[in-house]
Design a protein around this ligand. Sequence first.
Ligand code: 1HE
Length: 268
Amino acid sequence: MSTDFVPVAGPLADLHLLHITRNSTVLHARMNRPGKRNALSDELVQQVHTCFQQLPQDVGAVVISGEGDHFCAGLDLSELVERDIQGAVLHSRMWHAAFDAIQFGRVPVVAVLHGAVVGGGMELAASCHLRVAEDSAYFGLPEGQRGIFVGGGGSARIPRLMGVARMTDLMLTGRVLDAEEGARAGLVHYRVGDGQGLARALELAERVARNAPMSNFAVMHALPRIADQSQSEGLFTEALMAAVAGSTPHAQERLRAFLDGRAAKVTK
Ligand code: 1HE
């Protein structure tokens, strides 16, 4: 594991519910409410939002993880006070803004999943671009049993990973998937043993951060939108995005490097 991570300086250092460190290219944000199993209080959601809005310009990828035995226990249920309809809509929209800042931010985000990844914690994980799960990870959507509904973007994002049918099962029955089942369902990209998730995520983040910024932008911003478009519209969007990405100096240099024998080949 990289050992050159140091506490971040500047405004992000004031976010006390996140422990944020960085090296030259990767920022690591660790949710820091282990006593509450990293339950997402309004303040924690807002700090996640601020973190992703104010990422240092020289950061090329982010890793997000949870302190303690669990990634995240979801919505802080102690804050689920009586809200009127408008307040409830705005509360959900606050979560949407925070998690949109992850999914449609500037750089790719890798989540390290262990222990409970439930409710809003699963919604948070679904907004990240890559998910690494340790053996201990398990996935559930207890909203169905708590008398509520997902409100952190889960109904838009999670079916795109595991399908509407599987999400319906989790919500109606309270079914919990272990790490292996989560991986088979499409929730997990990389499965690792307990205690190995952070190292793998940092390694992936370092690799991702070396990509040309416009390629990463295209994958994060164009790919999911194209998947939502009709084939005809998608192909048109793809052509525009490909032309933009291919015309950047980064692309030109990388293509030249391959043709000159200076770039790595694709190996298995
Ligand atoms: C919490 C929360 C929480 C723990 N809100 N305080 N999420 C859930 O329905 C999951 C609820 N949590 C659990 O099922 C369990 O806590 C866990 C399986 C995650 C962990 O169990 P365990 O045995 O390690 O911890 P614990 O003893 O249950 O909890 C430790 C403390 O954290 C305890 O507080 P304490 O003051 O008694 O020490 C718990 O009350 C507290 N805690 N989880 C508040 N979630 C935008 S919509 C999203 C909708 C949702 O996310 S719904 C799903 C909510």
